[in-house]
Design a protein around this ligand. Sequence first.
Ligand code: AMP
Length: 115
Amino acid sequence: MAQETVFSKIVSGEIPVEKLAETERVLAFPDMNPQAKVHILVIPKTSEYENVTELAAGDASLLSEIVATAKELADKYADGDYRLIFNNGANAGQTVFHVHAHVLAGDLGESSLVG
Ligand code: AMP
């Protein structure tokens, strides 16, 4: 089990967020430091996986559910097109070690690839 992070506190409700999508296994909420017009984080509720490499190996269907949720959010909040970013490892910009997808959409232009 990965260490407790800010995202496990969001899942438990200890830190309140605006829930933009929720299923039994997945939660989506706005990134507090948006890098695009639409910048949403999609996370699994479990804190078992630190990054997408572990998630893909451990539960591919949960990764699929995260991607499907990203598409639903891009349809709802933008034109359906979206950029999906997983930062994997501190040297790649990962700061929260509970796997999460950055969904960027809407007037992306030259927006940063880093969440
Ligand atoms: P990463 O750098 O890929 O690990 O992304 C972590 C992201 O989590 C950053 O874009 C932060 O802005 C975002 N973040 C951290 N804490 C919160 C929070 N309490 N609510 C919303 N977004 C957060």
